[in-house]
Design a protein around this ligand. Structure first.
Ligand code: ATP
Ligand code: MG
Length: 375
Protein backbone atom coordinates (compact mmCIF):
# COMPACT_ATOMS: atom_id res chain seq x y z
CA UNK A 1 0.00 0.00 0.00
CA UNK A 2 1.14 3.51 -0.77
CA UNK A 3 -0.33 6.49 1.12
CA UNK A 4 0.17 10.14 0.18
CA UNK A 5 -0.19 12.54 3.13
CA UNK A 6 -1.02 16.21 2.59
CA UNK A 7 1.39 17.94 4.98
CA UNK A 8 4.97 16.89 5.77
CA UNK A 9 5.27 17.61 9.48
CA UNK A 10 5.59 15.39 12.54
CA UNK A 11 2.22 13.69 12.04
CA UNK A 12 3.20 12.45 8.56
CA UNK A 13 6.56 11.42 10.04
CA UNK A 14 4.91 9.35 12.78
CA UNK A 15 2.48 7.81 10.26
CA UNK A 16 5.50 6.75 8.24
CA UNK A 17 7.10 5.11 11.29
CA UNK A 18 3.86 3.30 12.14
CA UNK A 19 3.24 2.23 8.54
CA UNK A 20 6.58 0.55 7.89
CA UNK A 21 5.86 -2.74 9.76
CA UNK A 22 2.62 -3.07 7.77
CA UNK A 23 4.42 -2.45 4.47
CA UNK A 24 2.52 0.80 4.10
CA UNK A 25 4.75 3.33 2.38
CA UNK A 26 4.19 7.02 3.10
CA UNK A 27 4.97 9.96 0.83
CA UNK A 28 4.26 13.51 2.02
CA UNK A 29 3.26 16.66 0.17
CA UNK A 30 4.66 19.79 1.78
CA UNK A 31 1.93 22.34 1.08
CA UNK A 32 4.23 25.31 1.89
CA UNK A 33 7.07 24.46 -0.50
CA UNK A 34 4.73 22.60 -2.90
CA UNK A 35 7.06 19.61 -2.99
CA UNK A 36 6.62 15.86 -2.58
CA UNK A 37 9.05 14.63 0.07
CA UNK A 38 9.93 11.61 2.18
CA UNK A 39 8.34 12.29 5.60
CA UNK A 40 11.43 11.14 7.54
CA UNK A 41 14.25 12.66 5.50
CA UNK A 42 12.31 15.56 3.95
CA UNK A 43 14.20 14.69 0.72
CA UNK A 44 12.41 15.20 -2.55
CA UNK A 45 12.15 12.19 -4.87
CA UNK A 46 11.52 14.46 -7.86
CA UNK A 47 7.80 13.75 -8.19
CA UNK A 48 5.24 16.49 -8.60
CA UNK A 49 1.82 16.41 -6.90
CA UNK A 50 0.04 14.94 -9.95
CA UNK A 51 2.37 11.97 -10.21
CA UNK A 52 2.32 11.46 -6.42
CA UNK A 53 -1.50 11.33 -6.60
CA UNK A 54 -1.34 8.83 -9.48
CA UNK A 55 1.05 6.55 -7.60
CA UNK A 56 -0.88 6.63 -4.31
CA UNK A 57 -3.48 4.03 -3.35
CA UNK A 58 -4.91 6.37 -0.70
CA UNK A 59 -4.51 10.08 0.04
CA UNK A 60 -5.00 11.57 3.50
CA UNK A 61 -4.10 14.73 5.44
CA UNK A 62 -2.15 15.59 8.58
CA UNK A 63 -3.70 19.06 8.98
CA UNK A 64 -6.88 20.89 8.08
CA UNK A 65 -5.60 24.19 6.66
CA UNK A 66 -5.13 22.86 3.14
CA UNK A 67 -5.64 25.08 0.07
CA UNK A 68 -9.02 24.26 -1.45
CA UNK A 69 -7.61 23.75 -4.97
CA UNK A 70 -5.32 21.00 -3.66
CA UNK A 71 -8.17 19.38 -1.75
CA UNK A 72 -10.28 19.46 -4.93
CA UNK A 73 -7.58 17.70 -7.01
CA UNK A 74 -7.19 15.01 -4.34
CA UNK A 75 -10.94 14.51 -3.95
CA UNK A 76 -11.30 14.17 -7.73
CA UNK A 77 -8.86 11.26 -7.71
CA UNK A 78 -11.41 9.31 -5.64
CA UNK A 79 -8.61 8.30 -3.22
CA UNK A 80 -8.98 10.95 -0.53
CA UNK A 81 -9.94 9.95 3.04
CA UNK A 82 -11.54 11.05 5.32
CA UNK A 83 -13.27 13.60 2.96
CA UNK A 84 -13.12 17.23 1.87
CA UNK A 85 -16.21 17.87 4.00
CA UNK A 86 -14.43 16.60 7.13
CA UNK A 87 -11.27 18.62 6.43
CA UNK A 88 -13.33 21.77 5.85
CA UNK A 89 -15.20 21.22 9.12
CA UNK A 90 -11.86 21.02 10.94
CA UNK A 91 -10.52 24.15 9.22
CA UNK A 92 -13.53 26.48 9.36
CA UNK A 93 -15.21 27.07 12.71
CA UNK A 94 -18.50 28.07 11.03
CA UNK A 95 -18.77 24.70 9.27
CA UNK A 96 -17.60 22.92 12.42
CA UNK A 97 -20.33 24.52 14.54
CA UNK A 98 -23.02 23.57 11.97
CA UNK A 99 -21.72 20.02 11.90
CA UNK A 100 -21.84 19.75 15.71
CA UNK A 101 -25.37 21.17 15.83
CA UNK A 102 -26.46 18.85 13.00
CA UNK A 103 -25.04 15.82 14.78
CA UNK A 104 -26.88 16.85 17.94
CA UNK A 105 -23.79 17.16 20.13
CA UNK A 106 -23.51 19.80 22.85
CA UNK A 107 -21.19 22.72 22.16
CA UNK A 108 -20.76 26.30 23.39
CA UNK A 109 -23.38 28.88 22.34
CA UNK A 110 -22.04 30.97 19.42
CA UNK A 111 -22.65 33.75 16.92
CA UNK A 112 -20.85 34.41 13.62
CA UNK A 113 -19.44 37.94 13.19
CA UNK A 114 -18.76 39.63 9.83
CA UNK A 115 -19.10 43.30 10.85
CA UNK A 116 -19.33 45.55 13.87
CA UNK A 117 -23.11 45.29 13.99
CA UNK A 118 -22.83 41.49 14.21
CA UNK A 119 -20.37 41.98 17.07
CA UNK A 120 -23.00 43.98 18.99
CA UNK A 121 -25.56 41.24 18.37
CA UNK A 122 -23.04 38.60 19.47
CA UNK A 123 -22.58 40.41 22.78
CA UNK A 124 -26.39 40.32 23.26
CA UNK A 125 -26.79 36.71 22.16
CA UNK A 126 -23.68 35.06 23.65
CA UNK A 127 -23.02 37.34 26.62
CA UNK A 128 -19.83 38.42 28.37
CA UNK A 129 -17.26 37.01 29.05
CA UNK A 130 -16.83 35.63 25.56
CA UNK A 131 -14.13 33.98 23.49
CA UNK A 132 -13.68 35.20 19.92
CA UNK A 133 -11.98 32.97 17.38
CA UNK A 134 -11.09 33.52 13.73
CA UNK A 135 -13.19 31.16 11.59
CA UNK A 136 -10.22 30.21 9.41
CA UNK A 137 -6.58 29.56 10.16
CA UNK A 138 -6.57 29.32 13.98
CA UNK A 139 -4.41 26.82 15.83
CA UNK A 140 -2.56 26.59 19.16
CA UNK A 141 -4.69 29.43 20.55
CA UNK A 142 -3.69 31.81 17.71
CA UNK A 143 -6.34 34.11 16.18
CA UNK A 144 -8.31 34.41 19.44
CA UNK A 145 -9.49 37.22 21.67
CA UNK A 146 -11.13 37.27 25.09
CA UNK A 147 -13.84 39.87 25.78
CA UNK A 148 -14.12 40.11 29.56
CA UNK A 149 -15.79 43.48 29.75
CA UNK A 150 -17.91 45.41 27.22
CA UNK A 151 -15.50 48.34 27.68
CA UNK A 152 -12.89 46.37 25.70
CA UNK A 153 -15.21 45.90 22.71
CA UNK A 154 -13.92 48.79 20.53
CA UNK A 155 -10.28 47.86 20.96
CA UNK A 156 -10.95 44.19 20.22
CA UNK A 157 -13.15 45.09 17.26
CA UNK A 158 -10.34 47.02 15.56
CA UNK A 159 -8.07 43.94 15.78
CA UNK A 160 -10.84 41.61 14.60
CA UNK A 161 -11.73 43.93 11.70
CA UNK A 162 -8.09 43.76 10.58
CA UNK A 163 -8.17 39.97 10.80
CA UNK A 164 -11.42 39.76 8.76
CA UNK A 165 -10.01 42.10 6.09
CA UNK A 166 -6.70 40.24 5.85
CA UNK A 167 -8.02 37.11 4.14
CA UNK A 168 -10.83 36.00 1.86
CA UNK A 169 -13.90 34.46 3.44
CA UNK A 170 -12.67 35.22 6.98
CA UNK A 171 -15.10 35.79 9.87
CA UNK A 172 -15.03 35.61 13.66
CA UNK A 173 -16.95 33.09 15.71
CA UNK A 174 -17.99 34.45 19.11
CA UNK A 175 -18.44 31.76 21.77
CA UNK A 176 -19.73 31.89 25.29
CA UNK A 177 -16.91 31.52 27.81
CA UNK A 178 -17.22 27.99 29.21
CA UNK A 179 -16.26 27.73 32.91
CA UNK A 180 -14.78 24.26 32.51
CA UNK A 181 -13.09 22.28 35.26
CA UNK A 182 -10.73 20.58 32.85
CA UNK A 183 -10.21 19.77 29.19
CA UNK A 184 -10.31 16.24 27.81
CA UNK A 185 -10.17 14.79 24.32
CA UNK A 186 -11.22 11.60 22.63
CA UNK A 187 -9.23 10.15 19.75
CA UNK A 188 -10.74 7.28 17.84
CA UNK A 189 -10.93 5.59 14.49
CA UNK A 190 -13.85 4.77 12.23
CA UNK A 191 -13.46 2.12 9.55
CA UNK A 192 -15.03 2.01 6.10
CA UNK A 193 -17.59 -0.49 7.42
CA UNK A 194 -18.67 2.01 10.11
CA UNK A 195 -16.90 0.19 12.94
CA UNK A 196 -15.64 2.52 15.66
CA UNK A 197 -12.71 2.05 18.07
CA UNK A 198 -11.99 4.85 20.53
CA UNK A 199 -9.07 5.26 22.90
CA UNK A 200 -9.48 6.09 26.57
CA UNK A 201 -10.07 9.82 27.09
CA UNK A 202 -7.02 11.99 27.65
CA UNK A 203 -6.93 14.87 30.12
CA UNK A 204 -5.13 17.82 28.54
CA UNK A 205 -3.26 20.74 30.07
CA UNK A 206 -2.58 23.78 27.86
CA UNK A 207 0.08 26.42 28.47
CA UNK A 208 -0.49 29.72 26.63
CA UNK A 209 -2.99 28.00 24.31
CA UNK A 210 -0.61 25.14 23.41
CA UNK A 211 -1.02 21.55 24.61
CA UNK A 212 1.66 20.75 27.18
CA UNK A 213 0.54 17.55 28.99
CA UNK A 214 -1.85 14.80 27.99
CA UNK A 215 -2.70 11.85 30.23
CA UNK A 216 -4.94 8.85 29.50
CA UNK A 217 -7.69 8.70 32.12
CA UNK A 218 -10.22 6.13 33.26
CA UNK A 219 -13.68 7.66 33.76
CA UNK A 220 -16.54 5.44 32.64
CA UNK A 221 -19.23 8.15 32.73
CA UNK A 222 -17.26 10.66 30.69
CA UNK A 223 -15.96 7.96 28.35
CA UNK A 224 -19.52 6.91 27.55
CA UNK A 225 -20.62 10.50 26.80
CA UNK A 226 -17.53 11.14 24.70
CA UNK A 227 -17.92 7.95 22.69
CA UNK A 228 -21.56 8.73 21.95
CA UNK A 229 -20.63 12.21 20.66
CA UNK A 230 -17.67 10.82 18.72
CA UNK A 231 -19.91 8.29 16.99
CA UNK A 232 -22.56 10.93 16.20
CA UNK A 233 -19.98 13.23 14.56
CA UNK A 234 -18.09 10.44 12.77
CA UNK A 235 -21.28 8.83 11.46
CA UNK A 236 -22.66 12.15 10.23
CA UNK A 237 -19.50 12.62 8.16
CA UNK A 238 -19.31 8.93 7.13
CA UNK A 239 -15.81 9.39 8.44
CA UNK A 240 -12.96 7.01 7.63
CA UNK A 241 -9.72 7.38 9.63
CA UNK A 242 -8.70 8.80 12.98
CA UNK A 243 -10.72 11.73 14.31
CA UNK A 244 -10.20 13.72 17.52
CA UNK A 245 -12.80 15.57 19.59
CA UNK A 246 -11.71 18.15 22.18
CA UNK A 247 -14.11 18.69 25.08
CA UNK A 248 -14.71 20.95 28.03
CA UNK A 249 -15.64 19.01 31.16
CA UNK A 250 -18.15 21.12 33.07
CA UNK A 251 -18.97 19.27 36.30
CA UNK A 252 -19.12 15.91 34.57
CA UNK A 253 -20.96 17.10 31.45
CA UNK A 254 -18.99 17.27 28.21
CA UNK A 255 -19.28 20.05 25.64
CA UNK A 256 -17.39 19.71 22.37
CA UNK A 257 -14.85 22.52 21.91
CA UNK A 258 -13.55 21.51 18.50
CA UNK A 259 -12.82 18.60 16.23
CA UNK A 260 -9.64 17.63 14.37
CA UNK A 261 -10.17 15.41 11.30
CA UNK A 262 -6.79 13.69 11.73
CA UNK A 263 -4.37 12.13 14.16
CA UNK A 264 -3.96 14.50 17.10
CA UNK A 265 -1.32 15.70 19.55
CA UNK A 266 -3.47 14.51 22.47
CA UNK A 267 -3.27 10.98 21.00
CA UNK A 268 0.53 10.73 20.95
CA UNK A 269 0.46 8.89 24.29
CA UNK A 270 -1.00 5.88 22.39
CA UNK A 271 2.46 5.16 20.90
CA UNK A 272 3.49 3.64 24.23
CA UNK A 273 0.23 3.45 26.16
CA UNK A 274 -2.06 1.53 23.84
CA UNK A 275 -2.07 -1.79 22.04
CA UNK A 276 -2.24 0.01 18.66
CA UNK A 277 -1.13 3.62 18.29
CA UNK A 278 -3.31 6.28 16.63
CA UNK A 279 -0.98 6.51 13.61
CA UNK A 280 -1.29 2.80 12.87
CA UNK A 281 -5.05 2.91 13.37
CA UNK A 282 -5.41 5.84 10.99
CA UNK A 283 -3.50 3.89 8.33
CA UNK A 284 -5.49 0.72 9.04
CA UNK A 285 -8.77 2.64 8.63
CA UNK A 286 -7.88 4.42 5.40
CA UNK A 287 -6.29 1.29 3.90
CA UNK A 288 -9.47 -0.66 4.72
CA UNK A 289 -7.71 -3.01 7.12
CA UNK A 290 -9.29 -4.15 10.41
CA UNK A 291 -8.90 -1.56 13.22
CA UNK A 292 -6.41 -2.45 15.95
CA UNK A 293 -7.22 -2.70 19.64
CA UNK A 294 -7.30 0.69 21.40
CA UNK A 295 -6.90 -0.89 24.84
CA UNK A 296 -4.73 0.91 27.39
CA UNK A 297 -1.70 -1.27 28.12
CA UNK A 298 -0.04 1.01 30.70
CA UNK A 299 -0.65 4.35 32.34
CA UNK A 300 0.86 7.05 30.13
CA UNK A 301 1.38 10.81 30.08
CA UNK A 302 2.66 12.69 27.05
CA UNK A 303 4.79 15.78 27.64
CA UNK A 304 5.24 18.15 24.70
CA UNK A 305 8.76 19.50 24.14
CA UNK A 306 8.21 23.12 23.11
CA UNK A 307 11.03 25.29 21.75
CA UNK A 308 13.86 23.01 22.96
CA UNK A 309 16.07 20.74 20.87
CA UNK A 310 17.94 18.97 23.65
CA UNK A 311 16.90 17.43 26.92
CA UNK A 312 19.08 15.90 29.65
CA UNK A 313 20.27 12.34 29.04
CA UNK A 314 18.91 11.45 32.47
CA UNK A 315 15.46 11.42 30.85
CA UNK A 316 16.50 8.68 28.42
CA UNK A 317 18.03 6.73 31.25
CA UNK A 318 14.72 6.65 33.15
CA UNK A 319 12.68 3.47 32.72
CA UNK A 320 9.37 4.12 31.02
CA UNK A 321 10.47 7.39 29.32
CA UNK A 322 10.31 7.43 25.53
CA UNK A 323 11.50 10.39 23.50
CA UNK A 324 10.09 11.23 20.09
CA UNK A 325 11.89 14.04 18.22
CA UNK A 326 10.37 15.56 15.09
CA UNK A 327 13.66 16.54 13.39
CA UNK A 328 12.65 20.20 13.23
CA UNK A 329 14.73 23.36 13.47
CA UNK A 330 14.49 25.04 16.87
CA UNK A 331 12.15 28.04 17.18
CA UNK A 332 10.69 29.57 20.34
CA UNK A 333 7.54 27.71 21.40
CA UNK A 334 7.66 25.31 18.43
CA UNK A 335 6.52 21.71 18.93
CA UNK A 336 9.91 19.97 18.66
CA UNK A 337 9.07 16.55 20.06
CA UNK A 338 7.38 14.79 22.96
CA UNK A 339 8.15 12.42 25.79
CA UNK A 340 5.84 9.55 26.63
CA UNK A 341 6.14 8.58 30.28
CA UNK A 342 4.74 5.19 31.25
CA UNK A 343 4.18 3.18 34.38
CA UNK A 344 2.25 0.10 35.45
CA UNK A 345 0.00 2.11 37.77
CA UNK A 346 -1.08 5.69 38.40
CA UNK A 347 0.98 6.03 41.54
CA UNK A 348 4.11 4.97 39.64
CA UNK A 349 3.31 7.40 36.84
CA UNK A 350 2.92 10.25 39.29
CA UNK A 351 6.33 9.49 40.89
CA UNK A 352 7.97 9.35 37.48
CA UNK A 353 6.53 12.73 36.50
CA UNK A 354 7.88 14.17 39.77
CA UNK A 355 11.31 12.64 39.03
CA UNK A 356 11.25 14.15 35.56
CA UNK A 357 10.41 17.60 36.93
CA UNK A 358 13.73 17.44 38.83
CA UNK A 359 15.73 17.14 35.61
CA UNK A 360 13.62 19.18 33.17
CA UNK A 361 13.83 22.97 33.25
CA UNK A 362 10.91 24.81 34.83
CA UNK A 363 10.94 27.53 32.15
CA UNK A 364 10.54 24.99 29.34
CA UNK A 365 8.18 22.60 31.15
CA UNK A 366 5.97 24.78 33.39
CA UNK A 367 2.95 22.43 33.38
CA UNK A 368 5.08 19.47 34.50
CA UNK A 369 6.47 21.56 37.36
CA UNK A 370 3.00 22.71 38.38
CA UNK A 371 1.94 19.07 38.45
CA UNK A 372 4.96 18.06 40.53
CA UNK A 373 4.48 20.97 42.94
CA UNK A 374 0.86 19.88 43.52
CA UNK A 375 1.73 16.20 44.02
P1 ATP B 1 -5.80 23.78 18.77
O1 ATP B 1 -4.32 23.94 18.84
O2 ATP B 1 -6.33 22.78 19.73
O3 ATP B 1 -6.32 23.62 17.40
P2 ATP B 1 -7.12 26.28 18.69
O4 ATP B 1 -6.23 27.44 18.50
O5 ATP B 1 -7.83 25.77 17.51
O6 ATP B 1 -6.33 25.15 19.38
P3 ATP B 1 -9.23 26.11 20.71
O7 ATP B 1 -8.95 24.70 21.05
O8 ATP B 1 -10.58 26.41 20.21
O9 ATP B 1 -8.19 26.74 19.72
O10 ATP B 1 -8.93 27.02 21.97
C1 ATP B 1 -7.66 27.01 22.63
C2 ATP B 1 -7.90 26.95 24.14
O11 ATP B 1 -8.60 28.11 24.57
C3 ATP B 1 -8.76 25.78 24.56
O12 ATP B 1 -7.99 24.62 24.71
C4 ATP B 1 -9.32 26.32 25.89
O13 ATP B 1 -8.36 26.22 26.92
C5 ATP B 1 -9.54 27.80 25.60
N1 ATP B 1 -10.92 28.03 25.11
C6 ATP B 1 -11.35 27.92 23.83
N2 ATP B 1 -12.67 28.17 23.72
C7 ATP B 1 -13.10 28.46 24.96
C8 ATP B 1 -14.39 28.80 25.52
N3 ATP B 1 -15.47 28.92 24.75
N4 ATP B 1 -14.46 29.00 26.86
C9 ATP B 1 -13.35 28.91 27.64
N5 ATP B 1 -12.12 28.60 27.17
C10 ATP B 1 -11.99 28.37 25.86
MG1 MG C 1 -8.01 23.14 20.54
Amino acid sequence: MHVLVLGAGQLARMMSLAGAPLNIKITAYDVGSESVVHPLTQMSGGDDLESAIRQADVITAEFEHIPLDILAICEKSGKFLPSTEAIKAGGDRRIEKKLLDGAGVKNAKYFVIQNQDDFKQAIEHVGVPMVLKSALGGYDGKGQWRLKDVGQADAIWSEMAECIAASDNQAIVAEEFVPFGREVSLVGARGKDGSVAVYPLAENVHTNGVLSLSTAIDDKGLQEQAKQMFTAVADSLEYVGVLALEFFDVDGTLLVNEIAPRVHNSGHWTQQGSETCQFENHLRAICHLPLGSTRLIRETTMINILGEDTIPEAVMAMEGCHIHWYGKEKRPGRKMGHINVCSDDQQGLQSKLCELAKVLDKGAFPALHEFADRS
